[in-house]
Design a binder for this molecule. Structure first.
Ligand SMILES: *Cc1c(COP(=O)(O)O)cnc(C)c1O
Length: 348
């Protein structure tokens, strides 16, 4: 289908840069980013370093590259990374931890994409030469396949302490960290304080077209800079795209609360539809996962029927669907999507 759906809840990656954001991009001051001479990239990096409470930051083309450069910087080939079994790096980064860093992954189970410090302590291996070396703990805040859940700072700090006590480093995939911040009132720096590296994605709910920013200590960022070159992530007049990130941090953070309200509204509306399974009280941020098995249709069937009504919601497997709210969908949009869902599950 080439025509754009009227209401696109497929992901918060579907946002298009607004006119004002494009103007900021067109007017950006630029320079050679590889030589650290791009003033707009430098501005964005210092904004994110301060936001995350770190010394320094690197602008990268994608969130995936933020994870993978952090992994490459924290580990050596043969090391092991402890993370959640549903994490993005485990499923959606093309096997990059193995391909680019030569590491093994140690997936942990746990509710809603989260795990505990006790699980981390149990997973850390002994020092014998027959073991791979446990080297890094990686968490996701908010969780993606975990349904947009927000970690408690206490659990995050307990995990970081458990890791650091045994000499492991810690990394936070904060693709949607600003959603966690707006939903909880906890600052990004407080969420990230126990984490040696952390990043935010500019191209999810913040609405920029490209980019992620990875932050950490001077030493970490210095080493990560070499890997940025190795991975081909060093750019030239990247201020054009960094300007969208600067704009997003100034204008699109507080408004994430609207996305969260729309997500809750959508969840409450669809919870009333026969055969739709979800707990509307479990919605914390901008994601709504729901089960359509009770309708007698599969998730791909529901997804396809919704498209004919101008609504796009992704099927994640046979029975589960995921809707994500964002700045290009308003309250009328989620109401329209809920009405369309009611209609399509009623069609025989
Ligand atoms: C989207 C996402 C990424 C990857 O970001 P891209 O900018 O799409 O490369 C990593 N982690 C999580 C949790 C994500 O949702």
């Amino acid at each position: 289908m080439s025509e754009r759906p009227r209401v696109d809840l497929y992901s918060d990656t579907q946002t298009r840069p607004s006119r004002a954001m494009r103007e900021a991009m067109a007017n950006a001051e630029v320079g050679d980013e590889q030589r650290n001479e791009d003033p707009t990239v430098r501005e964005l990096c210092s904004m994110v370093a301060e936001l995350l409470g770190k010394d320094a930051a690197l602008f990268l083309p994608s969130g995936t590259m933020c994870n993978e450069i952090a992994y490459r910087t924290h580990t050596q080939p043969g090391d092991e990374i402890i993370l959640h079994e549903t994490s993005h790096a485990m499923h959606f980064e093309g096997g990059a931890p193995a391909a680019l860093s030569g590491v093994m992954l140690r997936p942990l189970p746990g509710e809603r994409g989260m795990f505990t410090a006790d699980q981390v302590r149990e997973a850390i291996r002994g020092n014998g030469p027959h073991f791979q070396r446990s080297r890094l703990v990686s968490v996701e805040n908010t969780t993606n396949l975990g349904g947009g859940a927000v970690w408690s700072v206490r659990t995050l700090n307990e995990i970081a302490d458990a890791a650091h006590e045994r000499g492991l480093a810690t990394h936070m995939d904060g693709a949607r960290l600003m959603n966690a911040v707006v939903a909880s009132g906890v600052s990004a720096a407080d969420f990230a304080s126990g984490y040696d590296s952390a990043w935010i994605d500019m191209s999810k709910g913040l609405g920029a077209p490209v980019g992620g920013v990875l932050a950490g200590s001077h030493d970490f960022i210095g080493q990560a800079l070499r890997h940025k070159h190795q991975f081909g992530g060093a750019m030239r007049q990247a201020g054009i795209i960094a300007a969208a990130g600067v704009y997003a941090l100034k204008h699109n953070v507080d408004r994430l609360a609207e996305d969260h309200d729309n997500a809750k509204r959508f969840a409450r509306l669809i919870a009333q539809i026969d055969g739709i399974g979800l707990d509307p009280d479990a919605i914390e941020t901008n994601m709504i996962w729901f089960d359509v098995a009770g309708t007698g249709l599969t998730a791909p069937q529901v997804s396809e029927r919704l498209l004919r009504h101008g609504v796009r919601i992704g099927a994640m497997d046979k029975r589960l669907m995921r809707a994500v709210t964002h700045l290009d969908v308003d309250t009328a949009g989620v109401e329209e999507a809920a009405r369309a869902l009611r209609v399509v599950v009623g069609e025989k």
